[in-house]
Design a protein around this ligand. Structure first.
Ligand code: PRT
Ligand code: ZN
Length: 284
């Protein structure tokens, strides 16, 4: 019995998906163009597919689970379950206009021709806001549509923004934010459900680790209470004496999200020699 997972073969999610499995301790080898691989350390079979096909493969039960962008699911909903947001493949679907075009608000989009590969998401975004625009569905190279006179605006995925910038476009509205998610067929049961639980446990440990940092610092003994209150940790911080009397080393885990604010507070509270390390796995 093997769990079957569908991953993007090549593209923006391919590396992150393979890296996630690797961090879960699941090794596999596949030559560049192979469509299938067997994992060596976990009962898992891996299919490498086009991202657009992954939700169908999972809905049809050809694969049990898959990794795909939320934008793909929102454009073409399928009877599948989203099990976990994976924290990579982050992007946003945005409306952009030529740099020189004036833009005061959504109503300026009325009557415009907007080129996109995401007509469904864009249509509901606009109709929920009572904007009537002309949606042109195109399958690729959306960013060149205004310069060749095909459209007045685009609605496309953006991550760094450099594609829009180099095509003379500027973002004016965010339609949706997206990241890679783990999807599953709702009907998984029995032995496969046990395997899926085991894999999910590992994935959640990897995600938790990537969202947290291990921090070590030195502090005078009389500052331990104040510093501990800034550092909640998994239970409470570890405090160990230093060779120099009156000083301790404090270890804890902090969230990457408010990392810099915490470091600032620690310095103000008298922390010295602050070291921050990344965490491989975090088992809760
Ligand atoms: O061949 P296949 O069909 O599998 O791949 P694809 O070409 O359809 O998809 P791909 O690899 O481009 O994207 C797969 C998924 O990655 C998307 O569905 C998103 O969920 C996610 N993702 C994250 C992105 C981006 N970031 C992204 N930047 N998808 C596309 N882009 C493109 C965007 O369309 C634009 O052309 O990158 C360009 C913009 O990037 P910046 O950095 O210049 O802003
Ligand atoms: Zn695709």
């Amino acid at each position: 019995m093997k769990l079957k997972i569908a991953l993007q073969r090549s593209g923006k999610l391919a590396e992150g998906s393979k890296e996630l499995l690797r961090k879960c301790g699941i090794g596999f080898s596949h030559g560049g163009d192979k469509l299938r691989a067997e994992a060596s350390d976990f009962p898992l079979e891996i299919f490498f597919l086009r991202d657009d096909d992954i939700p169908d493969y999972v809905a049809d039960g050809v694969a049990d689970i898959g990794i795909v962008g939320e934008n793909v699911l929102a454009e073409d909903p399928k009877p599948i379950e989203v099990l976990e947001r994976l924290g990579f493949g982050r992007c946003r679907l945005s409306i952009a206009l030529p740099k020189a075009a004036e833009y005061a608000g959504l109503s300026d989009l009325s009557g415009m021709r907007i080129a996109t590969s995401y007509p469904g998401i864009l249509r509901s975004f606009l109709s929920n806001r009572d904007v009537l625009a002309d949606i042109h569905e195109i399958s690729g190279s959306v960013e060149i549509a205004p310069s060749i006179g095909l459209a007045d605006a685009v609605c496309d995925l953006v991550s760094s923004g450099s594609t829009l910038f180099s095509n003379g476009l500027r973002e004016v509205e965010t339609v949706m934010s997206s990241e890679a998610v783990l999807i599953a067929q709702p009907a998984i049961d029995g032995e496969k459900a046990v395997l899926l639980d085991k894999l999910l446990f590992r994935i959640r440990s990897v995600i938790a680790a990537s969202q947290n940092k291990y921090i070590l610092l030195n502090a005078p003994l009389e500052k331990v209470d104040e510093i501990s209150s800034i550092l909640p940790g998994m239970k409470s911080p570890t405090v160990v004496p230093l060779a120099e009397s009156g000083w301790v080393s404090i270890h804890s885990v902090i969230s990457e999200h408010d990392f810099w604010e915490v470091v600032d507070s620690l310095k103000r509270a008298g922390a010295e020699g602050i070291l921050v390390l990344s965490i491989d796995q975090m088992i809760r």
